[in-house]
Design a protein around this ligand. Sequence first.
Ligand code: F6P
Length: 345
Amino acid sequence: MRIGVLCSGGDSPGMNAAIRGAVLRGVDVHGFEMIGFVDGWSGFHNGDTVPLDRSAVQGISPLGGVFLGTSRVAPFSGRPGEKIDLSEFKAKMASYGLDGFMLIGGNGTQTVASILASHDINVVGLPKTIDNDLAATDYTFGFDTAVSVAAEAIDRLRTTGDSHRRCMVLEVMGRDVGWIALHAGMAGGAQAMLVPEFPESIEQISEWVTSVRDRGRSALIVVAEGFKLSGESEATTREGLDGFGRPRLGGIAEVLAPMIEEHTGIETRATVLGYVQRGGSPTAFDRVLATRTGTAAADAVLRGEWGTMAGLHGDRIDMVPLADAVGILKTVPGDRYAEARLSFG
Ligand code: F6P
């Protein structure tokens, strides 16, 4: 059995550990041959491969990023909804002598995986994303690390906020969902967590900030990049599109800070956490989850469970049909937001 491994989309702490888990189980236990494609589908197109064996993956679990590289290059041309011709793709796959793929990625990548599976291409998905927005799995590796970094940032911003009696606004990632904002804010005792799923008005946010000041504290607000004020239809964007052709989000903290200052009269500062929350060494939780995800994927390949993705359910990793995982965002549910919102202000 010869398996190609590749990563697509943004990097996420734990990707190295996932590859290590897949290789240790796949090569050493099941006797597969495995190759890695450098920089995602770009390595597949250009013939840029590395052999994956035990020595290639030794000592990499604690490392952030991904040693294979990742990109948002597409595997085939065609737009969603169009009929896709995969004859060229299949010929390329045959030229590598591949029996199947292990695809490490988030929503976009698992959608590609399900398209390939629907064209009888052998593929198993390993879900990753700091945003934690993939359905059919409880948590994705990378999320815990991002939350830990964001919670530490909150602790640090607090000391400046409290010293200067300022309101601090921290922007975290979260394109469509507010899991990082919700969890980091809860961990850090933020006075409001603003998430894409639940718009709030500037009046309401300002009321929370004022009530914090009135009881002698300085407010700290966490906002996910995809948050929209009530009545707004689009999230705040930066210039340009990402590799998947989506608008590059970001900048909502810088929009909110002057608005809060104007409404409350309280000096307000914005901080954008940015790629700091996606980089660096994964937490122990993410290393364990990623390793087990890689191991489960290798076992699934052995059993011929193609067209599936390794999902965490409670403490178990089960293979779920890719079709159940893609096209559905795992958003913050109303009860989780309501539970947190009770302590805003
Ligand atoms: O991985 C998803 C994500 O974290 C989104 O929250 C964010 O919009 C995106 O990555 C930004 O990544 P890049 O700048 O690499 O396209």
